[in-house]
Design a protein around this ligand. Structure first.
Ligand code: CP
Ligand code: NVA
Length: 307
């Protein structure tokens, strides 16, 4: 049966762990798996800007023996004249998988419905599950077992990253804390889904408005831009509303002594995080960025095995 990764909880806890194990194997032996030998093509479509996602999918697909076809929606029919469903039915006759960075989650769902090839969410307004696989891999490398660790996210709790930390974190059995103003708290349906998953794994999701309470004793400190792609018009309000959620040395001092700092990047130093944190000794953001490659290769290998 064709499997897709549209949101983090599309993977069961066991499947998530299997993909992370495979990612570690592929990191140790980069050219071990060639499921795309031929080469078969993978379509990688962008409605929004990208550096890491574009490079890591292009490199990863080539590492797996395949050929990446990078498509910008600005010069394709998708998004203007053609529906996601019709686009998918054209692509599936020629490509082994479809990777798509877009705005509405509904477009990804439409593309995946009845499509014979795996569809991967490379970031939507609601979730960024590929980033979370890389983040969990990075945390595993630096902290060992994920289960039982406390991860605290600061800032825009309604963002794709906060939603993905909620779902993927509890899937891994972690205790996820999201600190945001009330108006930026995660969506209620995502919280309910995370709570359901947490009940299976022993993890938890807790929402905070006080950033200091969220930071206390955390193993992983996380933030993301206050102005996600598509929210540029709200920039002034967001800088005002989210200002007290900046990650600083004071935040790090409240966390565990050996806490790590992660950020999906790109970062706005001086806004969501101070330079001395992201460029400091507890930051593992460059490992995290590299791990996009290994995690996404593992994901593609795993999805192609389910075909
Ligand atoms: N973290 C991330 O997805 O980066 P890009 O926007 O550069 O792809
Ligand atoms: N929340 C950010 C993540 C960028 C990788 C955005 O959507 O712009």
């Amino acid at each position: 049966m064709t499997r897709h990764l549209l949101r983090d909880d599309d993977l069961t806890p066991a499947e998530q762990a299997e993909i992370l194990d495979l990612a570690l194997e592929l990191k140790a032996d980069r050219w071990k798996e060639k499921p795309l030998a031929g080469p078969q093509t993978v379509a990688v479509i962008f409605d929004k800007s990208s550096t890491r996602t574009r490079v890591s999918f292009a490199v990863g697909i080539a590492d797996l023996g395949g050929s990446p076809l990078i498509i910008s929606t600005a010069n394709s029919q998708l998004g203007g004249k053609e529906t996601p469903s019709d686009t998918a039915r054209v692509l599936e006759r020629q490509v082994a998988a479809i990777v798509w960075r877009t705005y509405a989650q509904a477009g990804l769902e439409e593309m995946a419905k009845d499509t014979r090839v795996p569809v991967v969410n490379a970031l939507s307004d609601d979730f960024h599950p590929c980033q979370l696989l890389a983040d969990l891999l990075t945390i595993r490398e630096h902290k060992g077992e994920l289960k039982g660790l406390t991860l605290a996210f600061f800032g825009d709790g309604l963002s794709n990253m906060a939603h993905s930390y909620a779902l993927a974190g509890v899937t891994a059995g972690m205790h996820v804390r999201i600190a945001s103003p009330e108006d930026y708290a995660p969506r209620a349906d995502v919280v309910a889904d995370a709570d359901r998953r947490a009940a299976e794994t022993g993890g938890s999701l807790t929402l905070y408005t006080d950033p200091n309470e969220a930071a206390a004793g955390a193993d992983i400190i996380v933030t993301d831009t206050w102005v996600s792609m598509g929210k540029e018009e709200e920039k002034t309000a967001r800088l005002r509303d989210l200002g007290s959620y900046k990650v600083t040395q004071e935040t790090m001092a409240l966390a565990q002594e050996d806490a790590v700092f992660i950020h999906c990047l790109p970062a706005d130093r001086g806004y969501e995080v101070d330079a001395d944190v992201i460029d400091g000794p507890q930051s593992v953001v460059w490992d995290e960025a590299e791990n996009r490659l290994h995690a996404q290769k593992a994901l593609l290998v795993w999805l192609l095995r389910q075909q």
